[in-house]
Design a protein around this ligand. Structure first.
Ligand SMILES: *[C@@H]1O[C@H](CO)[C@@H](O)[C@H](O)[C@H]1NC(C)=O
Ligand SMILES: *[C@@H]1O[C@H](CO)[C@@H](O)[C@H](O)[C@H]1NC(C)=O
Ligand SMILES: *[C@@H]1O[C@H](CO)[C@@H](O)[C@H](O)[C@H]1NC(C)=O
Ligand SMILES: *[C@@H]1O[C@H](CO)[C@@H](O)[C@H](O)[C@H]1NC(C)=O
Length: 204
């Protein structure tokens, strides 16, 4: 009986706490767009009727959220644009994507990250910087990548062997990046799904 009452209360509270829609986007619990709803540790932002994820808690870059999967606790953000005619990502002033270690989000293991204009002293495995790397297709075919032609570029699967809180770009390292979720060698570039998949630990 006690358990039944508790679970009814829990259901009620989490239902009550879900945030209102942002434009046409649902904001599933525990994600939170204001102090009055969701769980404050899962803060996201509703700006211009579009959801955004802010990198680190104080000063941060706002990444547009493309999709949210509340059943697997995952969301996908849009990689920052590369400044036209250059090889600099828009978030280079923030050091790239940097997630707060204190918050429940991390970068999932399904992201194929491409780095551009890299200094040769960072070229360690598991980076694939060969002439067949996915990054070569990106800079050759996609207009946004054209400023990165003839620079050293690499790709890698961001898996458990590396930090799950950061994709670093900086002058003297690599200055631009993009990412494709779940990329296989056979996928034609026209069907690449640009995104950075993040996952969150459920609230307890
Ligand atoms: C919101 O829209 C305004 C006007 O279109 C634009 O200047 C601003 O950059 C947008 N903000 C974000 C975070 O996209
Ligand atoms: C590549 O990075 C270097 C610094 O690491 C910078 O001086 C140069 O302008 C960058 N190249 C492009 C095309 O942005
Ligand atoms: C680099 O990636 C490409 C594309 O997936 C692949 O064909 C090639 O074999 C890889 N090279 C190395 C050295 O792993
Ligand atoms: C990332 O978050 C997921 C979900 O909370 C967790 O299972 C995983 O262990 C985390 N990965 C790392 C490397 O911390």
């Amino acid at each position: 009986m006690m358990i039944l009452i508790l679970s009814v209360v829990t259901l009620f509270v989490s239902g009550f706490n879900a945030c209102p829609k942002c434009g046409s986007f649902e904001v599933p619990y525990p994600l939170s767009t204001s102090e009055n709803c969701g769980n404050p540790k899962y803060k996201i932002y509703c700006i211009n009727q579009t959801l955004h994820f802010k990198s680190s808690s104080v000063q941060g870059f706002f990444y547009e959220i493309l999709s949210i999967d509340p059943y697997s606790n995952k969301l996908i953000i849009l990689p920052p644009k590369i400044l036209e005619n250059t090889c600099y990502s828009f978030d280079i002033g923030f050091g790239g994507l940097q997630l707060d270690e204190d918050l429940p989000f991390n970068i999932s293991t399904r992201n194929n990250v491409m780095l551009f204009n890299c200094s040769t002293n960072i070229l360690l495995s598991p980076l694939n910087c060969s002439a067949k790397s996915f990054c070569r297709q990106f800079e050759a075919v996609v207009k946004e990548g054209s400023g990165c032609r003839n620079t050293v570029c690499c790709h890698f699967l961001k898996d458990t062997s590396m930090t799950s809180h950061r994709i670093r770009v900086r002058v003297g390292g690599c200055t631009a990046y993009t990412s494709v979720v779940n990329l296989n060698s056979g996928t034609p570039i026209q069907s690449w799904k640009y995104g950075i998949e993040l996952q969150w630990a459920p609230p307890y």
